[in-house]
Design a protein around this ligand. Sequence first.
Ligand code: 5AD
Ligand code: SF4
Length: 475
Amino acid sequence: MKKDYVLPSLNEARKRNKESSQKLSFSLDGKYIGLGENKKYYIITHGCQANQRDSETMAGLLEAMGYAMCDDEKQADVIIINTCAVRQGAEEKVLGEVGALKRLKNDHPDLIIGIGGCMAQEEKSVNLILEKYRQVDIIFGTHNITSLPKLLYEVIHTRKRRVEVFSKMGEVIEEVPVTRFMSHKAWVNIMYGCDKFCSYCIVPYTRGKERSRHREDILREVEELVEQGYKEVCLLGQNVNAYGKDLKEDYTFGNLLNDVAKTGIRRIRFMTSHPWDFDDSMILAIKNNSNIMPYIHLPIQSGNSEVLKKMNRRYSREEYLALYDKLKRELPGFAFTTDIIVGFPNESDGAFEDTLSAVRHCEYDNAFTFIYSKREGTPAAMMDDNVDRKTKEERLQKLNELVAYYANRNNQKYKDRIVEVLVDGFSKRNSSVYSGYTPENKLVNFTGRNVKIGDLVKVRITEVMSFSLNGEMVE
Ligand code: 5AD
Ligand code: SF4
């Protein structure tokens, strides 16, 4: 019955207040424990690192209920798709997947299918799923992850669909169970949400307002990870360096970096920095702590000031480049990557040329490049999406060629160098080929012997490509 549903509203999700967010403590109601006994779950994750981490929370909740993870959807009693809404393409992929699950559901009528994540926060997507995808039993929003046990319980007991999507600013919930998918690298949320409202972006509407976790909770989590043998943490936030601005005390991302570094964790990364919030205390903390990795991701989005203004990015081309030059100067040997959108409304040939010239100036190690995708409910969706598809694709290709050129040129310096690699895994086809990342976040495939996931090994680079390096372990 639709009237039981709590449906999303992007209009509600737009609201912001100045108050500090509430901190809540989670505990699992005893009646949900054991519900998943002898049952299995399978999670499909799309999108950003925040989603990866959210899937680990979903897994933690399901395991607290007694479910066990499986790696084959055909074996699963519960399948969750954690979705992304940042571009149309990501949504289409999810709908394709949900469509394909229909057959599985026909074969296993007791199978429960849940849709979570950013797509669940959009009215349009939820209405489409409710209408056309009868196989979906649960729709839950990014603010409703901890309701997953309750929603599962209700579906199991009533066999009715459940929809719970709050469109609110959100709170900070601590002590939620987590099952981490890796044993050597961990995602650590330091803040949630986004208040930047870049005009093209759906994230501020799907993930609520900027709200920081308390430093004691973050530091305790990192200390526990160190004790458990983790080698790397990645501090996560849509705007990681806006950390602390919503809290009462005078404690910012620079302070947090220094304190996380003191835990002794071997490698610290952070994602994603906004140029607007990149202050000197942050630069100093990065400089002073050798366990903060020499790698910075700094989205530019466009190299043209007019387009940046329409994107509501809060900086001009000149301001971005001045910050970038300062970082290059202050942080020698660091690798830099960026995000770029092509084909934003009214992007002229000249404006696109400015993006190319910014890439030439910055000589990035890599860039994640996207064709602009109109997102309903955002300010840019009211602008005329007037760059034709062919031009968008041509621009993307031209940009990608330039990005690959600098990526390759930057990688040349690694030839014959010995680098430290944190091992992520090994090739399925050849058990003596391993892969992992250098401090600068360069992917390395290498040969070696007796290597385990999570080892830090020395590798001599023998071959250099644009987006990866090959090498052999130094005995
Ligand atoms: N269209 C294309 N790319 C987008 N991004 C965010 N929203 C859109 C959109 N509507 C890109 C930005 C951001 C990255 C995560 O995704 O470059 O930094
Ligand atoms: Fe989206 Fe801009 Fe926030 Fe990044 S900073 S999540 S691009 S609104």
